[in-house]
Design a protein around this ligand. Sequence first.
Ligand code: TYM
Length: 324
Amino acid sequence: MARILTGIQSSGKPHLGNILGAMKPAIDLSNDPQNESFFFIADLHSLITIKDPQTRIDNTNAVAAAWLACGFNTEQNTFYRQSRIPEVCEMNWYLNCFAPFPMLANAHSFKDKSDRLSDVNAGLFTYPVLMACDILMYDANVVPVGKDQRQHLEITRDIANAFNNQYGEETFVIPEAQIGKEVMTIPGIDGQKMSKTYANTIDIFQADKPLRKNIMKIVTDSTPLEEPKDPDNDITFSLYSILADENQVEEMRQNYLGGNYGYGHAKQALYELILEKFAKERETYNYYMENPDLLEKELVKGEEKARVVAKDVLKRVKSTLGFI
Ligand code: TYM
């Protein structure tokens, strides 16, 4: 049996990159009865950027509803908000003291975000340590994530190995990242990696009209409608290919190459494909967003289970360190 664990920050609404890069692959793993899964909403991490309580609560509910909409089975597994297991904050202090400064200073996400954000706080700097706690706190074996999280998993493993080596005992389970080869980095509407930080996301749960409006904003070149277009250098085609089946992709390719097919037509096709492909998810998401009490019930049930495991691992760490 493997313990699978992954989390999504509630620093914004969940987007297509989160869903295809992490949620769907994680849910596939959780459907294997051999596995036991811990999926959560990293709301403490979101405090790095989101200071308004109501915005954070709304985002947290949106990420939770997205997990359920994508089919996470909360009966067999554990579903929770990171902040409701406060043991993780205590663990965070312990592991901060095992995280070398240069390792954190070299983290790509810190270097990238510290150049862009006006509020470069200590939370942004020590963010990978809290992520290590999220993982090590639950003895996770496998962590399904997108490519951008690879370095954070290496940091987690380095901290855990350093700790285990120093104390001559196996306090921590060493986790493996699982980054599906077929799971690419999903591009955003401007062609960069889709990310809340770049404000280029596609929220598949948005109502029809704003969703269509957002898709129509996808950046294109200025090739006129009647001329042939290069499908291999176009963001709309790239997103369409990720979601469509082989025949649909081939048909779209021929449309691009044939001319008299505008980017507006391609964007409309992408919009319709999203509506069709995620119809069930959109319905379930709206159901939970309209019934926050049901969402709360699901989370509280999971938080009780998660806390039992977290307390146990924390006790192991405290006892190793001589705090009990
Ligand atoms: P976050 O919230 O930025 O992203 C959540 C997951 O979505 C994946 N992802 C993508 N995959 C493909 N293409 C994209 N454009 C794209 N954008 C995001 C990410 O790789 C990630 O797997 N630090 C984490 C949250 C976290 C966590 C954890 C994850 C906190 N603690 C413990 C795993 C285990 C983060 O910010 O992900």
